[in-house]
Design a protein around this ligand. Structure first.
Ligand code: IMP
Length: 181
């Protein structure tokens, strides 16, 4: 994990190892298990970026009765947010009275997260909680505060472990950060 990576002419350096990720996944999974004791959560994975984090987090949470579903949003082009959030695939199940746990890869401006939570609230769930792998609080345009955060980071562009650069490099086991200099 000491190698630089070049993707589309941009250079990235190692940032968070898979070992460190798994440690925080374990912690967050424990917090969710504790908070939802005696409840049957509905995990909602936000595609595409959160698929890897969600797979690890849900397995680690080990709540056998939990249901799992998927939504898909898009707001990024290249390395910057467009500021416009598009819903590409909504949640096709009744969530009334349910304890929903949204699983996202990263909260940047917070636009996607706050729009998603506002949308789902209208459908009368019992509760909504928001778990994110990464949070860039300094980029916030909404003041949105996730309930569970694996890593709080500086507002720099990140790839790997599900996060992409124009659809590429989601496969990387570790997380890389853009090299600025
Ligand atoms: P927000 O709506 O600005 O909070 O952005 C959320 C979405 O932008 C995330 O779900 C990601 O898909 C994308 N995004 C934000 N920051 C990064 C990054 O550093 N790398 C890759 N994708 C990012």
């Amino acid at each position: 994990m000491d190698k630089l990576l070049t993707v589309d002419g941009l250079t990235f350096q190692p940032f968070i190892t898979n070992e460190e990720i798994q440690k925080q996944v374990k912690r967050v999974a424990g917090e969710i298990r504790e908070d939802l004791k005696g409840r049957v959560p509905l995990f909602v994975c936000v595609l595409n970026g959160a698929f890897m984090f969600a797979a690890d987090l849900i397995r680690e949470a080990a709540i056998n009765d939990a249901h799992i579903n998927f939504v898909r949003y898009s707001s990024y082009e290249g390395t910057a947010s467009t500021g416009k959030v598009k819903e590409l695939m909504g949640l096709n199940e009744d969530i009334e009275g349910k304890d929903v746990v949204i699983i996202e890869d990263i909260v940047d401006t917070g636009l996607t997260a706050s729009m998603m939570v506002a949308d789902l609230r209208k459908r009368n769930p019992r509760s909504i909680r928001f778990a994110t792998l990464l949070h860039k609080p300094a980029s916030s345009k909404t003041g949105f505060k996730p309930d569970y955060v694996a890593f709080e980071i500086e507002p720099k562009f990140i790839i790997g472990y599900g996060l992409d650069l124009d659809g590429k490099v989601r496969n990387l086991k570790d997380i890389y950060v853009i090299k600025e200099d």
